[in-house]
Design a protein. Structure first.
Length: 412
């Protein structure tokens, strides 16, 4: 096996060797099934394109139920240290302990590594079943702030001494009448973290030649948190990109050639408009809770969370963790049955992040071919008349075969 090297970061860009070491967490429940399929597809794409000149050196790290069973710790410190050392990683879905311990392993990983942007591209592959009439119009990239909002976990349990003391303090000092039997949560939305998230969304739109960035918020009600997010978003666009961006009011929604439209939408109205006219939205920048809802709702329009990839990225230092966006589905664990597309597409995002875009495009085209040919896993087959249902591992084999055919036809 080739000797692996560590991905580094220099002057705002990743420096990726030809044989990078990349840690993986296979995940719980269906995680091992979809990880095996994903690894086969990724390794095949790299081999098809570069032969022995490039190879990912995978190294397993532990988190979730497997980590707990082996070490007694849901998230061993060695796992965080490995992700810091190697900078880029990928993971399957993880079990979160109920009733105590870590609130959410996914949230903890994002916060510990300061992976401030949750990036979720949502687009439709032709042939994939959808509940909406024109899913082809859905082609958005959601940038969800990943480290604060209610996900910061600043909560006090109802009836505790701490909760009662805070309720009394807020009543006495601010006149807030909060029921004595309420649980209390704090929702921090900061200027610096909002600005860096919107900056990442704007730079993505510029790099990918996208047409607009929409700030989605609930600022009509939460004026000093969500409303401030909206204001700070416009602020950084005006400060850093005055020659590239233009607001809706400045152009009546019709930006001139070469300009990116920056606009905003109240969250509940956005959900409606994303259904009725999704082609009016392109890049979405939003707060943590809104982003969670929005990305899942949009995924439903293109075939479900099994078709939706996810990335957690710090654009300031290149740290990134790519993941399946769905849960562990324990009843299907070990059955070689489920759809691995979410994790495969997340691996495509990983390949893009390290600059191996050709492999990502090759995989996406091979996936598209499998969907058009209706050789799919059970979740899609049951909704596709005339489909051939295949196992998780067989689906990976079909994707690999499609990649080889594309390469032989010089399509890549």
């Amino acid at each position: 096996m080739a000797e692996g090297k560590i991905i580094s970061f220099n002057e705002g860009a990743l420096e990726v060797p030809d044989f990078p070491i990349i840690p993986f967490i296979e995940g719980d429940g269906i995680g091992p099934d979809i990880w095996r399929a994903t690894r086969v597809v990724v390794d095949s794409s790299v081999n098809i394109l570069w032969g022995e000149k490039r190879q990912i050196i995978w190294t397993e790290i532990l988190a979730g139920e497997k980590a707990y069973n082996h070490t007694g710790n849901w998230l061993p410190p060695e796992t965080l240290e490995s992700l810091r050392t190697y900078r880029v990683g990928i993971k399957g879905p993880l079990t979160t302990p109920v009733g105590g311990g870590i609130r959410s392993l996914n949230v903890t990983l994002r916060q510990k590594l300061d992976l401030y942007a949750c990036v979720r591209p949502i687009k439709h592959f032709p042939g994939v079943p959808s509940p909406i009439r024109e899913p082809r119009k859905v082609n958005m990239v959601v940038f969800r702030e990943n480290t604060e909002d209610v996900y910061a976990g600043m909560e006090l349990k109802q009836g505790t001494e701490q909760a009662m003391a805070l309720i009394a303090y807020l009543r006495n000092n601010y006149g807030w009448e909060i029921p004595a039997d309420a649980g209390i949560g704090i929702k921090p939305i900061s200027r610096a973290r909002s600005r860096r998230l919107v900056k990442a969304a704007l730079e993505h739109a510029i790099k990918q030649k996208r047409k607009s960035v929409t700030l989605v918020h609930k600022g009509n009600i939460q004026k000093f948190t969500e409303g401030a997010f909206r204001r700070w978003g416009y602020e950084i666009a005006e400060e850093l990109y005055p020659d590239i961006t233009i607001s809706y009011d400045q152009c009546n929604g019709m930006p001139p050639e070469g300009k990116i439209l920056i606009k905003d939408a109240i969250a509940d109205i956005f959900f409606q408009q994303a259904l009725t006219r999704p082609d009016e939205f392109d890049v979405i920048a939003t707060t943590n809770l809104n982003g969670d809802y929005i990305s899942d709702a949009l995924a439903a329009q293109v075939g479900g969370v099994g078709m939706a990839p996810g990335a957690n990225i710090n654009y300031e230092n290149g740290y990134a963790l790519f993941e399946a966006t769905h849960g562990t589905a324990p009843k299907y664990a070990g059955l070689d049955k489920v759809n691995p597309s979410s994790l495969i597409l997340s691996a495509c995002l990983m390949l893009e992040h390290i600059g191996w875009e050709e492999a990502a495009r090759l995989i996406e085209e091979a996936l598209a071919e499998a969907f058009l040919n209706k050789t799919v896993t059970y979740d899609l087959a049951r909704l596709m008349p005339g489909a051939t249902e295949v196992s998780c591992s067989k689906f990976a084999e079909i994707v690999c075969e499609n990649m080889k055919k594309a390469s032989q036809l010089n399509l890549f």
